[in-house]
Design a protein around this ligand. Structure first.
Ligand SMILES: Nc1nc2c(c(=O)[nH]1)N[C@H]1C(S)=C(S)[C@@H](COP(=O)(O)O)O[C@H]1N2
Ligand SMILES: [Mo]
Length: 383
């Protein structure tokens, strides 16, 4: 209820017509109308399904089954299992190159001014092999990371902010096994962005254990890996942080031009690329509806378009609940679809004119990180 009222208020503030809002508020995004039938994707193997969530395991969403703007079934990825931190004993420390190191209990954090944000993200390893099911969208509540850093007073030598999780794993590095916490870092400049939150609520409830209870980092516009769960320490330092999930894993390798020279470039997975995918086609008794979602780094969008077979690009409608960092659900109503097999593809364009390319026109890429090319789907329309 709060979620709907809040999003309605936001939309009204954004100047969206009240009639439009009234028509859509509270209507689950993908909820099927009575008699609406889901058409079969021919690119999804018969019997494929990611199955229910298992504690401590990766959880993929079946994107054909999406039913709401705020995911009640949000994907899960964790590399060192699922720790259960003792909430009564929990402390977040802020250390390193600061004037005043700080410690916060969960109650301390909850007593600070808080903010809510709608934010969706995907794993940097999301892709067509799981029909883009490592994805979710939620409303989060937390405190501003910038406020915490300013309270502590970052010293002029501070360059990089490291976020450590309470989950540990054994890593073999140069033949030696060591125990390491999951960690990611941000440049001080990225850490100081106004939108970053230290969050303790998801969709109006305390964070579920598999999403980081009691506290996680949320970096809107970045891939999921940036959002460190079970956050226990924030450390300011003057050097780059080089742990596994910054320097070895979640590193892309692409063939790119570097000042006129063609080179293989490695990058830590960070800001989300501009991307859209079609996830469902339904028969609505006479017409068909093609639905999907787009994600990006928060740059406003110009359009999302859909192409049916060899037809022209057609403008899809973007769900008015979408906001800067949420996912952007879209749909296109398809009149006169003939029975049989069809190929559908979507593309998203941002206000800077950047267009989602076909996968084969992107730079050559090694490893599966950052799959954001156009994603054609094959669907069977029943007579
Ligand atoms: N502490 C910790 N945080 C973590 C991870 C982890 O393994 N440990 N995995 C990261 C990765 S790779 C992703 S994609 C997101 C997944 O967030 P979710 O499980 O809440 O969807 O959490 C990130 N934060
Ligand atoms: Mo991830």
């Amino acid at each position: 209820m709060t979620i709907e009222n809040e999003s309605r208020r936001q939309l009204l503030k954004a100047g969206v017509g009240a009639g439009l809002v009234a028509a859509t508020a509270g209507v689950p995004w993908f909820a099927l109308a009575q008699g609406e039938r889901v058409m079969r994707f021919l690119d999804v193997p018969e019997g494929w399904g990611p199955g229910p969530r298992q504690p401590g395991a990766t959880h993929i969403i079946d994107t054909r089954q999406l039913t709401d703007f705020y995911s009640h079934d949000f994907y899960v990825v964790q590399h060192y299992g699922q720790p259960e931190l003792d909430v009564a004993q929990y402390e977040l420390s802020l250390t390193g190159l600061v004037d005043q190191p700080l410690r916060f209990t969960l109650d301390d954090l909850r007593a600070l001014p808080s903010r809510e944000i709608d934010c969706g993200f995907e794993c940097g390893g999301n892709g067509g092999r799981m029909f883009h099911g490592l994805v979710g969208n939620a409303r989060w509540r937390g405190v501003s990371l910038k406020d915490l850093l300013e309270r502590a007073g970052v010293q002029s030598a501070g360059r990089e902010v490291v976020f450590f999780g309470g989950d540990m794993g054994r890593e073999e590095i140069r033949g030696r096994e060591v125990e390491k916490a999951f960690a990611r870092s941000l440049s001080l400049e990225d850490a100081m962005r106004d939108d970053n939150l230290i969050v303790y609520e998801m969709n109006g409830e305390p964070l579920p254990v598999h999403h980081g209870r009691p506290v996680r980092l949320l970096v809107p516009g970045f891939y999921g890996v940036a959002n460190v769960k079970w956050l226990t320490q924030i450390h300011v330092q003057d050097t780059r942080y080089m742990g596994r999930f910054m320097g070895r894993d979640y590193v892309t390798l692409k063939r790119e031009m570097v000042g006129g020279e063609e080179r293989w470039v490695e990058n830590s997975v960070a800001r989300m690329n501009l991307k859209s995918v079609i996830v469902r086609v339904t028969d609505r008794g006479g017409s068909h509806r093609i639905s999907g979602f787009a994600l990006n780094d928060g740059t406003p969008l110009r359009s999302i378009e859909v192409k049916i077979d060899d037809g022209p690009w057609q403008q899809a409608t973007i769900d008015p609940q979408a906001s800067q960092y949420s996912w952007k659900p879209f749909y296109l109503d398809w009149q006169g679809a003939s029975p049989g097999e069809h190929t559908l593809v979507s593309r998203v364009t941002d206000v800077n004119g950047q267009v989602q390319s076909p996968a084969d026109q992107l730079p050559e890429r090694v490893s599966y990180w950052e799959e954001f090319g156009q994603f054609p789907r094959r669907v069977m329309i029943e007579a």
